[in-house]
Design a protein around this ligand. Structure first.
Ligand code: PLP
Length: 405
């Protein structure tokens, strides 16, 4: 028999958060090992339950949710999203500008499929949430990574952005608040990014899925609220702010120069129709989620569980010799750096695999986030304090041995 090969379209598509190291961890679990997992940002797995009110709405409406709905989503859910864009000061968003999807993930893939021709380039942060790079490559485009500067609180380096623009550049992606770094972008930087987009006629894709997971009293600005003369696609959803990742519910909002983007918008709408609609039951949770009391605030205040875990994990990691780390202002991740002299790592995937095998702790290597040097890894600080303490002490033990190799 001839081997059955995957499509050549997939040749350069990677998504290492769920890659070979996770496969090995699953095998180890099947062999009976207990692995402490600091690898995936899935709040509900760690006792961060979705608000009861949202669950009740979904349950209550289940009997009305058996049919397909409008391809862009339920009216009431989109109306609530429209009101949310008004709260975030994004102007002139109408119901038809809102697309509900099976998570932000589906919408990222759709947005890139609708936009890109072979050879088109998209500016993507490095490090990134790797689905963005994967979606660009899958759509036949080229991901051009711009540097976020660790020395400047992981903010995008504007000079690097400018230097990577070519006549083929179509769009710039910003992930704010950021996964994996936990950075939050100030308004002046957002304005400068808009200016670059304006000059080069780029679409701005703003992934804002962590916009309510904020520490130390900081506030989040939607980049789309700062201008009308650029096309913006702003993405958000239920997975993180509302701890309902399994609902697979997200949305994309098109704003700004929509009048010049009719053809692109028609493409996006066609792709939305081709998948008929997003999961309907979970859309019944959106209106309640966005309105009223926001229970995430209890978790991110100084006595809240998420903030306490951020502080603990950051302290324990930065106490390890040769480990430095920006203290996240937002989201649920730490992205520490290993001193290259103390830890001469050639292959960071092998590094996290060795850690997994020797200490039964699962992390994701920095290269999984399109970070070029093998000197970072990502830690999810969702597990409880005891598990975080145990896991990071194992990382410290492993690193001590690594130094002596
Ligand atoms: N965007 C970012 C920055 C993420 O971190 C994630 C998930 O971790 C997603 C998008 C995917 O979100 P969803 O669960 O809505 O597909």
């Amino acid at each position: 028999m001839q081997p059955i090969l995957k499509s050549s379209k997939l040749a350069n598509v990677c998504y290492d958060i769920r890659g070979p190291v996770l496969d090995r961890a699953k095998e180890m679990e099947e062999e009976g090992h207990y692995i402490i997992k600091l690898n995936i940002g899935n709040p509900a797995l760690f006792g961060f339950d979705a608000p009861e009110e949202i669950l009740q709405d979904v349950i209550h409406n289940l009997s009305a949710a058996s049919g397909y709905c409008d391809s862009k989503g339920l009216f009431a859910a989109r109306k609530a999203i429209m009101h949310y864009t008004q709260e975030k000061r994004i102007r002139d968003v109408r119901l038809e500008d809102i697309y509900i999807g099976n998570g932000v993930s589906e919408l990222i893939v759709m947005a890139m499929q609708a936009l890109l021709n072979s050879g088109d380039e998209v500016l993507i942060p490095s490090p990134d949430y790797p689905l963005w790079t994967a979606a660009v490559v899958l759509a036949g485009g080229t991901a051009r990574h711009y540097i976020c500067d660790e020395q400047s609180d992981w903010l995008p380096d504007l000079n690097d952005i400018r230097s990577k623009i070519t006549p083929n550049t179509r769009a710039i992606v910003i992930i704010n608040p950021n996964n994996p770094t936990g950075a939050l972008y100030p308004d002046n930087l957002l304005r400068e990014i808009i200016e670059v987009a304006r000059q080069h006629q780029l679409i701005i894709y703003a992934d804002e899925i962590y916009d309510k997971v904020l520490y130390d009293g900081v506030t989040h600005t939607s980049i789309a609220s700062l201008a009308d003369d650029v096309l913006f696609v702003t993405l958000n959803g239920l997975s993180k702010n509302y701890r309902a990742a399994g609902f697979r519910s997200g949305w994309a909002v098109v704003s700004g120069t929509k009048q010049y983007a009719r053809d692109y918008i028609a493409g996006l709408t066609m792709l939305a129709s081709m998948r008929l609609c997003a999961n309907v039951p979970s859309q019944f949770g959106i209106q309640t989620a966005l309105g009223g009391y926001q229970s995430i605030k209890d978790l991110v205040m100084p006595t809240g569980r998420l903030m306490r875990q951020r502080d603990l994990a950051w302290k324990l990691l930065t106490d390890i010799p040769g480990v430095t780390c920006y203290k996240p202002k937002a989201a649920m991740y730490l992205f520490p750096r290993l001193d290259a002299q103390m830890y001469p790592i050639d292959d960071d995937e092998q590094f996290v695999l060795d850690l997994l095998m020797e200490e039964k702790v699962l992390l994701v290597q920095g290269s999984g986030f399109n970070w070029a040097q093998p000197d970072h890894f990502r830690v999810v600080f969702l597990p409880n304090s005891d598990d975080l303490t145990e896991a990071i002490s194992r990382v410290a033990r492993f690193l001590e041995r690594y130094r002596k190799r």
